[in-house]
Design a protein around this ligand. Structure first.
Ligand code: UDP
Length: 343
């Protein structure tokens, strides 16, 4: 079985990808510093798979610690790099923390990969690189724009670093996946998103509100130029997104990939915030308490993906509907309620 190193493998998208890698016949090795996840995600992975997955508790910015992992885990065939901070608001308040962690970890990882001649990388990028796009849906040719947060800028800078590396003639081949909005949880409800404190993202806020942990959801603005005035996003089921990483690794290992390639990973469909709320209500039978509030500064009014390139070149396809994703998010919320106290 080919070994794939998964940095941030105990996190939200990472844990789902670890499961899909095993199911596709790979041997994932997790690296995580547990700064934004919990031990229970490893237990959830083990419960789904019926066995444990190796995890090294190190920080990805620590090149010496990375080197030790590469020495110990001989024969790593490729790396999927999820480890990063992801809170937009926090990145505005603490930009250096974001540049150090998100950019620093990529540079350290690439240096160690070169030393150990590991030359296949899947990088977690984001549709945030498109800024406020002039045309929809966005394709991979849509111009990348100035980021509107330090978090977004770290993704843009990391893509530039990877492009420069590819141009330099390095042996490292990279596929950067530009995620749209990942939501939902594994159908087993054993792994899912573990937001720290008050969630920033829509779906965990919805599930916590329906569960009575939050009083009500505030919808940020209903005066946008959309069908019902609320923002449009492309919500992709996290299991579908996880599978995109597996097909990206397949492509890199098959030798078909160029030095650097970019792919949008979404569903190709945009939904408003109100449509997302209604899908949640339909899927779960729960009535959601919500109000309309002011716009959230920095929000992109509407964005959704053209996924033709990922469909044609990666063989990527989504299988879950918005309702199914919402139902899985709710099942995960219920699992959390039953297994711990959440505040
Ligand atoms: N949103 C909202 N209330 C919330 C959280 C999010 O109305 O409490 C909206 C937000 O304005 C955006 C959409 O939900 O239109 C998705 O937001 P999220 O933070 O999940 O993702 P991102 O902004 O990164 O697309």
């Amino acid at each position: 079985m080919k070994k794939i190193l998964v940095t941030g493998g105990a996190g939200y998208i990472g844990s789902h990808t670890v499961v899909e890698l095993v199911e596709a016949g790979y041997e994932p090795i997790i690296i995580d510093n547990f700064s934004n996840t919990e031990e229970r995600s490893l237990q959830g992975i083990a419960d789904i798979l019926g066995r444990e997955v190796i995890c090294h508790r190190i920080d990805c910015t620590d090149a010496a610690a990375l080197r030790q992992v590469f020495e110990q885990e001989t024969g790593i065939a490729g790396v999927i790099h999820f480890a990063a901070y992801k809170a937009v608001g926090e990145s505005v308040a603490e930009p250096l923390k974001y540049y150090h962690n998100n950019v620093g970890s990529l540079v350290a990882l690439l240096q160690v990969m070169e030393e150990f001649k590991v030359d296949k990388l899947v990088f977690s990028s984001s549709c945030t690189v498109y800024g406020i796009p002039a045309e929809l849906p966005v394709t991979e040719q849509t111009p990348v724009q100035k980021a509107n947060s330090p978090y977004g800028n770290t993704k843009k800078i990391c893509e530039e670093i990877l492009t420069d590396l590819a141009t330099s003639g390095s042996d490292i081949h990279t596929i950067a996946l530009r995620y749209f909005n990942p939501i939902g949880a594994h159908p087993s409800a054993k792994i899912g998103e573990l937001p720290l404190g008050v969630p920033n993202n829509l779906v965990p806020f919805i599930t916590q509100t329906a569960a009575g942990i939050r009083q009500e959801l505030t919808i940020f603005g209903d005066d946008y130029d959309t069908q019902d005035g609320t923002c449009i996003r492309d919500y992709v089921h996290v299991v579908d997104l996880a599978k995109a990483h597996v097909v990206a690794i397949d492509r890199l290992l098959s030798g078909k990939a160029d030095n650097i390639e970019f792919f949008n990973v979404g569903t190709g469909t945009g939904n408003t915030v109100l449509e997302a709320v209604q899908a949640f209500e339909r899927a779960t039978g729960e009535k959601l308490n919500y109000k309309i509030g002011p716009r959230r500064p920095g929000d992109v009014p509407k964005i959704y993906a053209d996924v033709t390139k990922a469909t044609e070149e990666l063989g990527f396809k989504t299988t879950s509907t918005l309702e199914e994703a919402m139902k899985s998010a709710w099942d995960w919320q219920m699992h959390l309620q039953n297994t711990s106290e959440q505040v």
